[in-house]
Design a protein. Sequence first.
Length: 303
Amino acid sequence: MLALALAIALAGCGDAKSDTPSGAAGSIKVGLITKFPVDFYDTMVDAVKQYDAAHSDVEVVYGQGKSGTDDEGEIAIIENMITQGVKAIAITPTSPNVQGALDKAVKAGIKVVLIDNDIPGWSGKSSVVATDNLAGGKLAGQWLAKQLPAGATIAILQGRLGNPSLDDRVKGLKDGLGGAAKVVAEPATDCDETKGLNAAQDILTANPDVTAIYGACGPPITGALQAVKATGKKPIVVGFDASPDEIKAIEAGTQAASVAQFPAKMGSLGIETAVAAAKGQTVQPSVDTGTEMVTKDNVAKFK
């Protein structure tokens, strides 16, 4: 009987250990999913890792897609996190195409916080933690309008068509610009540097005297700067993201300005909101993480 009691006790201990999460006992497991490995999302992930290290009651699991259009990759990560039993997912969605997988998460009782990008009209989200992209685009347009001469023309490098946040950056730009310039081209680039380079080459061939080039995200503008350098032309180049490459270009004088976002704030506020939602706390439906215009006058503080 003593041996039997000891065996039961040991079996009980084994079961209890297997049910314990890999983090601290009693910790809340939440997931962070970012689009793809570029500086912007790396900064976001670093901020979440700092939060994770400082909160013993939270265990964060991470996932990242391969590109800005990797819907399938994000869907696979979402489904994997559902299997892992996370209580909340904070995600920078590649597009509304991931909504079906997120619906599965919500049905499983998982809270979903969208970071950086919204999925308009989707009722399953607990909160959106992001830049007000419409306001950021308008800020760029108003700044540009003050720099442009009469009769100016502008080419717009769009991001991924149908992405609400990227579309808002273009709409805001046009709103802020008003009638200060005529739009001569607006190709999509999927926020890809090579596509930005190719698009800018086509634009500069068709419109060699274009006054300005605006990009809805950082990588295409980096590509556009290469195309501009090859032509010897000097259009006013304005981006959105204030990526490290853009900051260097602004400092060097080859790029005029960029709209700065705050990815570290998105990461920390995004994961905080996800944890709060997982705990059943009331969270704000929308959290604006802010924007600021970066020019040569203030670029030093963004380095």
